[in-house]
Design a protein around this ligand. Sequence first.
Ligand SMILES: [Zn+2]
Length: 264
Amino acid sequence: MLLYFAGFTGMDVPSNDPLRICDSSCGFSLRRENERPLSGESRAGRTRNRTDCGFQARLPWETSIRRLSIRLKILQVGDPVLRQKARALSNEEIRGAEIQQLIDFMLETMRDAPGVGLAAPQVGISLQLAIIEDRAEYLRDLRPEILAERKREPIPFHVIINPQIQLKDGAPAAFFEGCLSLAGFSAVVPRAAEVVVDCLDRFGEPKQIQAYGWYARILQHEIDHLNGALYLDRMLPRTFTTMEHLNRYWKDKTIAEVESLLAP
Ligand SMILES: [Zn+2]
């Protein structure tokens, strides 16, 4: 997941999770954290922070179960899944209920974070599927010159499946970038300024995306996740920083100034 500020604030996963949901063996179990253990269930199992499958839910008790608010666990760097090449999906799988539900859960997770992209491996599911959305409200508090420099515009929600990316020639763009799988950190990452992506949409229909600027960065970041890569593999190592120090020392400087000040 690419942080929606991409390096200008820390975005940890909120921790209000009064309920747990587990879909292991396709059987949802739902209960309050302080509820008595189910029959045959150990106390240790009941009080685990997360379920094995990574599903996590928030739901006021008065809410209908048909309107479950599902938020998935976002894996952090070091989890082997983040370093695996994800498997492609068949058209039959894409149109199936499980993948459609996964997309809905990922959308809720991404908006909750908030982020502008989320790849299935980040929620522990090693499939070639990612979602992207850069909402106008995320851009509202950024200065116009920042938006112009990054060529950043609102991007409607959409799904990319089994993507193939072509990086276009031209000078790469370098900016601070973040990732919710590296919560609390950021670094300058050079990326191609223009890309073309061939992929399937959430209905399995082929589509081609031509993207520039920040949208091109998001696509590269998310497709990297599908191939087991993280921005760590592409960053300028000396620019790696905590979010706190990014905000304190670096965020108002140009990338050229940052590189000059950090030169060995
Ligand atoms: Zn990421």
